[in-house]
Structures are given as C-alpha cells and as structure tokens.
Ligand binder design. Structure first.
Ligand code: GRF
Length: 202
C-alpha cells in the first residue's frame, strides 16, 4: 500500500511513520511520496534521509487552487497512491480533492476534536486551563479539522506542566497513534458509517 505524506514543516510525524514502515510495522504500507508546499521545510531533508521522493508543489507556481491541486492529484494517481496522510500540511484541501480521495485522507490534530481546532491547538488548550487535551487521528472531509474520528487519546495537563512539556507529551503520543491508524487502514479494519468509524480492533 502506497502512502503520500503531505507536510509543510518539521516532519516529526513523517519520520515516525517512515520509521514504522522501515521496521515493517505498517502492515505492508510504505511512504512512496512526500508532498511539500514549503521549499524551506525541514521535512524535505528528512525525506532525503529516508530516500523517499518529494513532490515540491508551490502554490505560487499555479494560476489557482484548482490547478495546483490538479497537478498534485495527477502525481498521486501516477504513483498509485492509496492513502493520503496529512502531517502538518498547512493548507486546506478543496471539496473536490477530498471527493477524489474519499475516506482515503487522514489528518492528525494535537487536541481532542472537536475541541481546539486550528494551528495553535496545544497552546490554546494550555492557556485555556484545560485539565486534559490529547491527539485525534481522523478522516478528512471538506471542513477544517473535521471528519470521522479514527483514534483519539487523552493527555493529562498536570499542574506543573509547562507548555514545552505538554508539547513533548502530545508529539510523543502523535508518533504512536499515527502509525497505529495507518496500520489499521492498511489491514482494512476501518470502515466509515456516517460520522463513525466502525470495525475497529486495535
Ligand atoms: C503536529 O502537531 C500535527 O498534529 C499538526 O501539525 C504538527 C506537525 O508536526 N497537524 P510535525 O511536522 O510532524 O513535526
């Protein structure tokens, strides 16, 4: 099973997934392609280290969002991509894109959705004074940080936790949950009924 990881930044989730694939821990799935929209992203270097091909897709090279996404879709089809994995990709995918890969796009979010959507979720939960937050892996629909939840796990926010401590806890959990969700998908164990992901045995 071929995965395309979409990322714009650091790439710690990319590495966790690539490492799991290398250890044969993804039920036969492997990252075949990195799609990156930021030429300065650290994840590009990570992909080189793992000898994984990168498609650098720059939005400014295209007339509009539709042609930008069309070029990406063409490449995903040419590379026989079965699953799109969003890992810190800082762009919303259009409804058309989502339809093309219906229930074959996953995202990871560093909070317990539907709480704390958006790009500053860890900080937002911390500043809000939540006693717990967590990580959500979900299928992607056309809305932001939205779609049927695959895996979700909570993290306690201790009285003495600082923001960096909480960030570390969240990322550690992400690196466990994302490979786990991909493994379930690769084993054909995820089926979506309406808003719910069923037939889940971990
Ligand atoms: C992660 O916290 C993920 O939950 C969010 O973006 C961040 C990406 O981090 N969607 P990294 O680039 O994988 O290190």
């Amino acid at each position: 099973m071929n995965i395309a990881v979409f990322a714009s930044g650091r790439g710690s989730n990319f590495c966790a997934i690539a490492r799991a694939a290398k250890k044969n821990d993804l039920a036969g799935a492997r990252i075949s392609l990195l799609v990156c929209d930021n030429p300065r992203a650290l994840v590009i270097r990570r992909a080189k280290e793992f000898k994984i091909k990168t498609l650098l897709a720059l939005r400014e090279d295209f007339y509009d969002k539709a042609s930008f996404e069309h070029a990406i879709i063409q490449r995903l089809k040419a590379d026989n991509i079965d699953l799109v994995v969003l890992a810190g990709f800082m762009r919303m995918l259009s409804a058309d894109f989502v339809k093309t890969f219906r229930q074959r796009i996953m995202n990871i979010h560093p909070a317990l959705l539907p709480a704390f959507k958006g790009s500053t979720a860890i900080r937002d939960a911390f500043i809000y004074g939540s006693k717990a937050t967590g990580v959500t892996v979900h299928f992607v629909d056309a809305l932001m940080d939205h779609g049927p939840i695959i895996l979700q796990e909570a993290v306690k926010i201790g009285r003495k936790d600082t923001l960096p401590v909480l960030e570390e806890k969240i990322h550690k959990l992400e690196h466990k949950l994302y490979p786990e969700a991909i493994r379930l998908f690769a084993k054909g164990k995820l089926s979506v009924r309406g808003r719910k992901v069923l037939a889940l045995t971990r």
